[in-house]
Each structure stands twice: as C-alpha cells, then as structure tokens.
Design a protein around this ligand. Structure first.
Ligand SMILES: *Cc1c(COP(=O)(O)O)cnc(C)c1O
Length: 336
C-alpha cells in the first residue's frame, strides 16, 4: 500500500485494534451461506464504532495544527459526535457539537448524548433546516472562537473527508493481516456519509483485491447523492495521493431506509432480535440493523452463490443509541 501513494497521513493510536472477526455460526447455518462479522463495535468502549478509526487520523491532524477545540456535527444521538467528544478529551482537546434536534428524536439525557455531556462537550442545538447549512454554521462559529483565542479544527459530518477515510483504507491492511489468504467475496457495510465505504474501496484497490465486491446500504439520502460523493472523494484522493483509482466492483442498495433516518421498522427489528438470539450479536437500529436486514433479504432473493461466496459484515457500532426510550420501546419487549 505504501508504495502506491505519495504519503500516508499521520495517525494517533486511539482504537483497540485489531478488532476480532467472528463467525456467525447459527445464522450462517440458517441461511446456508458463510457470514462473518468484523466487530468494529469493539474499537473501544466509549469510543466504540467506526468513527474512531477516522478520528485517529483527523485528531492527529488537529494536534499537528495545534488545535484547542474540535467542532463537529451530527444527529442528536450521533455516534460520531460522541466518539469525537470522548476522543478529543483523551488527547486534551475541547469539543463543540452541532446536534440536530428533530420531532422524533427528542432531547433526552440518555445514550450517546449522556456520554457527550459527561465528558464535558459543548453544544449548539440546531433544527433540521439549519443542519442543511452545517458547514457554514461551523465555519462561522470557528471564526468567533478564533477571536477569543481558541484554535478551532472542523471535522465534517461523519468524519468523512480525505483524512478521515484513511481510517478504513488502513482497516483493509488489518483485514489482510488477519488471514493468510483473504477469504471473502463480499463485504457489507452501512452508509451514512459514505466515508467508511469509500475507504474500504480505496484500501481494497491499493491492495489489489479488486475482486472483492463492496456492498453499501444507505440509511438515508439518495443513491445518486452517494455515488457522486464517492466519485468526488476518489477523484480528490487521486489528486492528493498520486493514484489513479476508479470506483468499481461495488453496489449501493436502494430500499432499506424504511420510514426515514434513524427510524426503525418491523423487518429490521425482527432481524436484530433474531441475530441476538441466534449468535449473541446485537446490532443498532439506525445503521447496522438496516444493513444486516438488507444482507438477509439479498440472501433470500438468491443474490449469492452459497457454495463459493463468503460474506464479511462490518459491524460499525452504534450500541449506545439503543439505550434511549424511544428506541427501547420499538423492540416491544415486556418486563416479565
Ligand atoms: C456513522 C456510522 C455509519 C456510517 O458510516 P459512514 O462512514 O458515515 O458512511 C455506520 N454505522 C454506524 C454505527 C455509524 O455510527
């Protein structure tokens, strides 16, 4: 990989790596195809999930620039904002989170937000409409902060930019090191800001493993938006790092968002319960539940060759968002 790029950005060691890969024995047997799970929900405890891999590179850059405070944004129960708030504290930086508050995601002191609070993050609560202008809002705030002597560092939504995606480019090295011979034909991941998927795609191609198909499942937005965002990121990557990559051998699956971003649906809840009871693995309702449901649905629609295909599912985290009242009630569980 090193030989193919002009340079690799610096990184901090913040995540617990490598994360384990487990075989979903019961589920694989039920569906008649090998499904393994890369447990990126174990990259840490308070910093668990996919975002810490991006933050290893982003916060290294922030430190290099002598930042004093990081600004970032997300939904009210944003995993990314929580990981940023915690990791920033761990490396001696303050954080200011722009959190979107909507009708169905009311402000409650629970889940990710509780952790944000406990590590002393600062907040700006914004509406869905204001969120459309999140980059401008963060820039404006950064200017204000400079005037009072701070040195702000802005991390975009989901940590997805040319530095952040290195987290998942780098992750492909880890995947290869975990196997003598790379066994997987398909990799499944959730898509929110498409940084994880783009990183995986670039990492794969830099390691000449182009035959492995990467399948992303958007949990919001339009496919066309994600395709152009990925194309743009790869193009910028080529320019910055002197490569000549083209997005290929991937698919973005439409139709698994359900009623909306972070709103669970019945088929999804059923799959989450089923996997928990079969293999003792718990998914979140916002990202990994929808993505795993998509995988199961595609298997049932015969989209795989059960003899030859081996699937790796990236469990990108999100557990804390389960611990909020409106999500708990979605499971329809009874106390007794
Ligand atoms: C942010 C997030 C994703 C999506 O990753 P992107 O790189 O933004 O596409 C998936 N799963 C979880 C749990 C997340 O928090």
């Amino acid at each position: 990989m090193e030989k193919k790029v002009k340079y690799i950005p610096e990184k901090l060691n913040l995540a617990n790596l490598p994360t384990p890969i487990i075989h979903c024995e019961e589920f694989s047997r039920k569906l008649g195809i090998q499904i393994d799970i890369k447990q990126d929900d174990m990259t840490g405890c308070l910093t668990s999930g996919n975002k810490i891999r991006k933050l290893e590179f982003l916060l290294a850059d922030a430190k290099k620039q002598n930042a004093t405070i990081v600004l970032t944004c997300g939904g009210f129960q944003s995993n990314h904002s929580r990981a940023t708030a915690v990791a920033a504290r761990q490396v001696g930086l303050k954080s200011l989170l722009f959190l979107r508050v909507t009708e169905h995601e009311k402000k409650v002191l629970a889940g990710n937000f509780l952790i944000d609070k406990l590590v002393g993050a600062q907040f700006e609560f914004i509406t869905a409409e204001q969120y459309q202008n999140r980059s401008k809002l963060m820039k404006k705030k950064a200017e204000e902060l400079k005037k009072i002597g701070e040195n702000p560092y802005i991390i975009p939504e989901g940590g997805t930019n040319l530095i952040g995606i290195w987290g998942y480019i780098h992750m492909f090295n880890e995947l290869v090191e975990q196997h003598k011979e790379f066994p997987y034909t398909h990799i499944y991941c959730a898509v929110g800001t498409i940084g994880t998927m783009t990183g995986l795609l670039i990492g794969r191609d830099l390691l000449d493993l182009n035959h492995v198909k990467i399948i992303g499942v958007p949990v919001c937005g339009k496919i066309s938006h994600f395709t152009s965002k990925m194309n743009r990121l790869v193009e910028e990557f080529n320019q910055e790092f002197g490569t000549d990559l083209k997005p290929q051998n991937y698919e973005l699956l439409d139709g698994y968002i359900g009623p909306g971003y972070s709103v669970p649906y019945k088929e999804e809840i059923d799959v989450i319960k089923d996997l928990a009871q079969s293999d003792g693995v718990i998914l979140d309702t916002c990202y990994t539940g929808k993505t795993f449901y998509a995988l199961v649905d595609q298997i049932k629609k015969n989209q795989f060759n059960s003899e030859k295909d081996k699937i790796l599912f990236i469990l990108t985290g999100g557990l804390f968002s389960l611990f909020t009242e409106n999500i708990i009630e979605q499971f329809g569980l009874e106390l007794n």
